[in-house]
Design a binder for this molecule. Structure first.
Ligand SMILES: [Zn+2]
Length: 279
């Protein structure tokens, strides 16, 4: 094959491509011209338009991105995306709850929207289009396109993407990793957040409920002596009322969990708790 032949082949190829593009454009233009006619005459199109006016979906984004940039590769490796997700959920709890509620509302509405959509007017048939003196093939193509375009498809499912990122100081190496979380994980994170909040609150509550009067009752019950070494104020020690099972480990401020300790015995103990009962 000579150089000329090669040029001819290329030229023919380019002509074919050009013709296809032109044909496609003409098709698009003709479709564009059909659009107002379809909008005016399609029963399905007008039914969907009416339906759309009845349904008000929440305009919320379903995707949320949280990202954390780490300072060293070691920090990047150690960084736990599940824990980060939990932390972000706790920080943005009310906003996420609201979003989830909106999306759930969308999902419920969409179900009934879809079932109404099944009962509305179908696409125009050939006979109907012929009466309008239009080409059925083109009409149908345009009707399908327009109806798909206006059919509502609101966001329904939440998706949370957590990223961790690290770029080496000179920018030579970049690391990124992500994990996706959905509605189910979000609900679990909500529950976990509520539970840990409860425990936190109850620890504070347990500390607050230790009153002077309760303190006195315990000292009195124990004979104003350390229950471990037996020393009293007369021996020059300060007496404390101690939680046998520490508050930090879920111990309650109730008589049976309280005892008198001198400061020396109490210091040695701090937050230790032996579940075998050797305390
Ligand atoms: Zn003691």
């Amino acid at each position: 094959m000579g150089e000329n032949d090669f040029i001819i082949v290329i030229s023919i190829g380019l002509c074919i491509v050009a013709i296809c593009i032109i044909a496609f454009c003409i098709g698009r233009i003709q479709n564009k011209q059909y659009e107002p006619k379809v909008v005016e005459t399609s029963k399905r199109y007008s039914d969907i338009t009416r339906l759309n006016k009845e349904y008000k979906f929440n305009n919320v984004s379903s995707k949320i991105v949280y990202s954390k940039t780490l300072n060293t590769k070691q920090m990047f490796d150690k960084f736990d995306l599940d824990a980060y997700f939990q932390q972000m959920v706790e920080l943005n709890m009310s906003e996420l709850r609201q979003k989830k509620a909106y999306l759930l509302e969308n999902a419920t509405l969409k179900k009934s929207y879809d079932s109404e959509l099944q009962n509305i007017h179908g696409f125009a048939d050939e006979e109907y289009v012929k009466k309008l003196k239009l080409s059925w093939k083109r009409y149908h193509e345009v009707e399908l396109e327009l109806c798909n375009l206006i059919e509502k498809n609101p966001p329904q499912n939440i998706e949370i993407i957590c990223y961790k990122l690290y770029t080496s100081p000179k920018g030579q190496n970049s690391y990124t990793q992500n994990k996706r979380f959905f509605s189910y994980e979000l609900e679990k994170a909500f529950q976990k957040a509520i539970e840990s909040k409860k425990i936190r609150e109850s620890k504070e509550y347990q500390r607050r409920t230790m009153s002077d009067s309760l303190r006195y009752d315990i000292l009195k019950r124990d004979g104003f002596r350390c229950v471990l070494c037996g020393r009293s104020a007369a021996d020059g020690v300060k007496l404390h009322v101690d939680h046998i099972k520490p508050i930090a480990k879920g111990g309650k401020t109730v008589e049976f969990n309280l005892r008198t300790l001198c400061e020396h015995c109490n210091w040695g103990k701090s937050d230790k708790f032996d579940s075998d009962g050797v305390n």
